[in-house]
Ligand binder design. Structure first.
Ligand code: CA
Length: 227
């Protein structure tokens, strides 16, 4: 999650992280960020210090106080004095990067935080059971057989596999796979999940895509049948 009020900066970081294979949520102020962390499974927070309303230092303190003691926080700020950096680290940040920064350095620091916190770095080869998705070659295989997908089906599968074992709501899928904010209805999600099932599950066992009634969809490593 990125908490940054300057929309162009936030969009730039989001795009770069998306291209590096990360899923990104944006918050434009501390209050939004504190709400999102309660709602989504956030692995890492990029937090700008200068924010309207509650500043980043206070947001970091509140994140820690509300029980999220382990989520790594990477603080961003144009305020680069030793005192500012120390204040950030003392209030819950795990690392501090001074603006302007090189995007490569941001990515390296994120990877370092992921390693330190036992989070697996975004990989180019995703797998769920015997289903594999190669993000570099854009290839999908099930039990060694190549499966041809349309670009939308591919993005949907990639998003589900990046979030395997998590239940994804239709809205969540719609926003992340179709990348739109207008209301086009979530039926399209059901339609595409169905296309995907026909290709990756229909002729294989176990079935990997699961409908979670009233909640959405998930793709699971072990499809445990409920008894
Ligand atoms: Ca700012």
């Amino acid at each position: 999650m990125i908490i940054e009020d300057e929309q162009s900066v936030a969009a730039f970081i989001k795009q770069g992280l998306n291209e590096a294979g990360y899923e990104v949520y944006l918050a434009y102020n501390g209050e939004q960020g504190l709400e999102l962390i309660q709602q989504k499974a956030i692995d890492l927070i990029i937090l700008d210090v200068i924010l309207p309303g509650t500043d980043g230092i206070e947001v970091a303190r509140q994140i820690r106080k509300s029980g999220f003691t382990q989520v790594p926080i990477l603080m961003l700020s144009a305020l680069g004095s030793t005192r500012n950096v120390v204040t950030g680290l003392d209030n819950g940040a795990d690392d501090y990067l001074i603006k302007p920064f090189k995007f490569k350095e941001l990515l390296a620091r994120i990877r370092a935080l992921q390693r330190r916190h036992g989070l697996v770095a975004a990989s180019n080869l995703l797998s769920v059971s015997d289903l594999e998705l190669d993000r570099e070659a854009k290839l999908v295989r099930r039990a060694g057989t190549e499966i041809k997908l349309t670009s939308t089906e591919y993005r949907l599968l990639e998003y589900m596999m990046l979030n395997k074992n998590k239940v994804l709501s239709r809205i969540d899928i719609l926003e992340n796979v179709w990348d739109i904010n207008f209301n086009m209805g979530t039926n399209v999600v059901d339609v595409y999940v169905n296309y995907l099932r026909n290709k990756i599950d229909k002729e294989f066992s176990p079935k990997l895509i699961e409908t979670v009634i009233g909640m959405g969809y998930t793709i699971r490593e072990e499809n445990v049948e409920s008894s």
